[in-house]
Write a protein that binds this ligand. Structure first.
Ligand SMILES: Nc1ncnc2c1ncn2[C@@H]1O[C@H](COP(=O)(O)OP(=O)(O)OP(=O)(O)O)[C@@H](O)[C@H]1O
Length: 266
């Protein structure tokens, strides 16, 4: 098996492969996750940028992880939305599977908030969440749950949102007993995506927050949001009765929270 040292060696292998055996040239590494590595590459004749994502070399003999990686590609192909990257091609480099997809030349919300110090008002946070929910409703209609809608996996480019990293996505299970969900993050239905969207919304709202006290308090106390919005977020986070679908939560957001101007409580 490739160990950490060999992973570096494999990295050089991939670079050589891209530069000498494909119609692309290697530009840089974009990110290294627990299972995969993503690289920025450029198509030689068009000059367009793409992303090559591969499995980590040390996992290449692990059939379960290979299946997981193949499922990621399959789901991304099935999603086929303007706001998710299109899969261009797939293959193997020395037994390690990879695929090439569109490069979304935007910023992740993690970069926007934590690197660039971007702040979002309550109104903006709700507008962005509404846009995200619209895409998630379509995703769910296609029978797919993303299950990792965190700030590094949602990009913004010219005010449009894009969803990447389908590494934990799965086919949606229709009949699930809500009382038996002990880990909402891993639920194989809308509950998981709504739970992550609740946290996503809190990240946006916190971007505008400056602590007034040393002692850390709950988000309900710190953010001083209107009751209707607290209630809404609590439903996303399963602290209250969950929404029966992403569509229901989108409708409530659009018909009740976005319709009236948000007034913060003192
Ligand atoms: N299609 C894309 N367009 C733009 N940037 C991308 C794209 N795909 C990945 N990236 C960048 O590369 C980083 C890593 O990619 P990705 O999130 O898919 O893999 P990972 O999370 O590192 O792997 P794993 O699935 O093992 O956790 C992302 O955070 C993002 O910055």
């Amino acid at each position: 098996m490739f160990n950490t040292f060999k992973e570096n060696k494999y990295h050089n292998f991939v670079k050589d492969y891209i530069d000498n055996k494909t119609q692309y040239r290697y530009i840089e590494e974009l990110g290294l996750g627990s299972y995969g590595v993503a690289y920025l590459i450029q198509h030689l004749s068009s000059g367009e940028n793409y992303v090559l994502k591969r499995m980590k070399a040390k996992h290449r003999k692990n059939q379960k992880l290979r299946d997981k990686f193949n499922l990621e590609i399959q789901l991304l192909q099935e999603v086929d939305l303007p706001n998710t990257p299109t899969v261009i091609e797939q293959g193997k480099i020395e037994e390690v599977p990879f695929y090439i997809m569109d490069f979304i030349d935007g910023q992740t919300f993690e970069q926007a908030i934590f690197r660039d110090g971007k702040t979002y008002s309550v109104e903006q946070s709700l507008q962005i969440t509404s846009q995200l929910l619209e895409y998630v409703v379509i995703l769910h209609k296609k029978g797919i749950v993303h299950r990792d809608l965190r700030i590094p996996n949602i990009l913004v480019k010219e005010k449009d949102l894009y969803i990447i990293d389908f590494g934990l996505a799965c086919y949606m299970k229709e009949d699930v007993d809500f009382d038996k969900i002990d880990n909402p993050k891993r639920a194989e239905n809308h509950i998981s995506d709504l739970y992550f969207i609740g946290h996503f919304l809190l990240f946006l709202l916190y971007s505008n927050y400056s602590p007034t006290q040393k002692k850390e308090r709950s988000w309900q106390e710190e953010l001083r949001l209107p009751y209707s919005l607290v209630d809404y977020i609590e439903r996303l986070l399963l602290l209250r009765e969950p929404f029966s679908s992403a569509d229901e939560s989108l409708k409530m957001l659009q018909s009740q929270l976005l319709k009236h101007p948000i007034v913060l409580t003192d």
